[in-house]
Design a binder for this molecule. Sequence first.
Ligand code: 4AD
Ligand code: MG
Length: 462
Amino acid sequence: MKRSTVKELLGATEKNREVLLKGWVRTRRGNNQLAFIAVNDGTIIHSIQVVADLNLFPEEEMKRITTGSSISVTGTLVESMGKGQSVEIQAKEIEVLGDSDPDVYPLQKKGHSFEFLREIAHLRFRTNTFGAVFRIRHALAFAIHKYYNDKGFFCLHTPIITASDAEGAGAMFKVTTLDLKNTPETEEGEIDFNQDFFGRPTNLTVSGQLEGELGALALSSIYTFGPTFRAENSNTPRHVAEFWMIEPEMAFYDIHDNMDLAEDFLKYLIKYTLENCLDDLEFLNKMVDKGLLERLRFVLEQPFVRKSYTEAVEILMKADKLFEFPVEWGLDLQSEHERYLVEQHFKCPVILTDYPRDIKAFYMKQNDDGRTVRAMDVLFPQIGEIIGGSQREEELDKLQSRMREMDIPEDELWWYLETRKFGTVEHSGFGLGFERLIMFITGMSNIRDVIPFPRTPRSAEF
Ligand code: 4AD
Ligand code: MG
């Protein structure tokens, strides 16, 4: 017989038939006549109840059915008498596939803290909360590809190992095959990267944008969706060293087209999750964040406020609130400032544009005022910055002069500059942090709980 998933069985209209179920035991209760076994296989948040008449099965076998064990059940799918479930399985045959010693199995019936579950990240998928989070993570990954595919964008796989530092942000992980105990040296006493695998220093990418631009300047509209790496030593609930980023890049788009796309994209993803993952969202709304569904629906209905960085700084300077970090034109906004604007002042998502050029990357389009660039950050409730992007500088001389000012060697980015030499056009793009998006949509407040195996300073277990 073909195995049916719990999802298929709970949605089945045809009852009173033989079925085969396989899964993990969540709980077991009952008396000396009957056992009620809740079985979950991760295909859906709900478990299905298996009813076993103890007289039908050898006692030794039944003893092995404990929380965490895996079983295979053949039986009849019937309408359930109990409340809380529509159908259940009356067992005819039960086989224990894998035992689980209840005295040492770490996932007990009582709720565990997210901190504790992080230490057993190999097992936390088996909890309701993490099942919901990772099903939603999948749904969003799928929806992202669907969104861009339907819009005629092409998915471009940009390199993970690179010799350039796209953001100019420093803090990169080095990639090398040199023997660290015995590195070859140049005559000047430096490490001789000529003898390294790529014949030059390389690192893990912080962004696929620069290569994404090359694609957009031929294919019109592309997006990347891949892992990115930042070695900054920031231990916050919103930073990980390895995260996934979605970076659309569009030729013939200015900053306004870019903002329109970002807003439409985010709303599409929220709507997609509400339409396709409501079971999981309802669970999270009940157990993790009581304001979740309301917040998702609110963001969906609200036009995002669009303001300049300068206007934001004016608002923050007038704010009746003591911030930890200073507010002054020219300084970067901190998470506390971003959240004040979104949660207290505007009370809705905000897109800020035209940041001081000195706090932004070299590739952003320079405004005529000589001091700001056409940057845009999308700020969300609970999260702060969820998207960072800009219109790109397409004029060769302006780009070169900015690179000189920032000490970025032209010969390392000769290929990037060539797109401005040959048929340059206005273009724009942005990067959405995938984990920040999942935090917003699931209501989880720590980024470590929305990526299967988080990479943070001093932590690379699993
Ligand atoms: O603002 P960022 O640094 O922008 C870029 O990398 C641009 N090259 C994107 C582009 O224009 N194509 O990063 C983009 C987003 C942030 O808004 C944030 O959501 C997320 O990536 N992000 C992080 N997420 C988790 N952990 C970190 N350490 C992150 N750093 C950035
Ligand atoms: Mg940013």
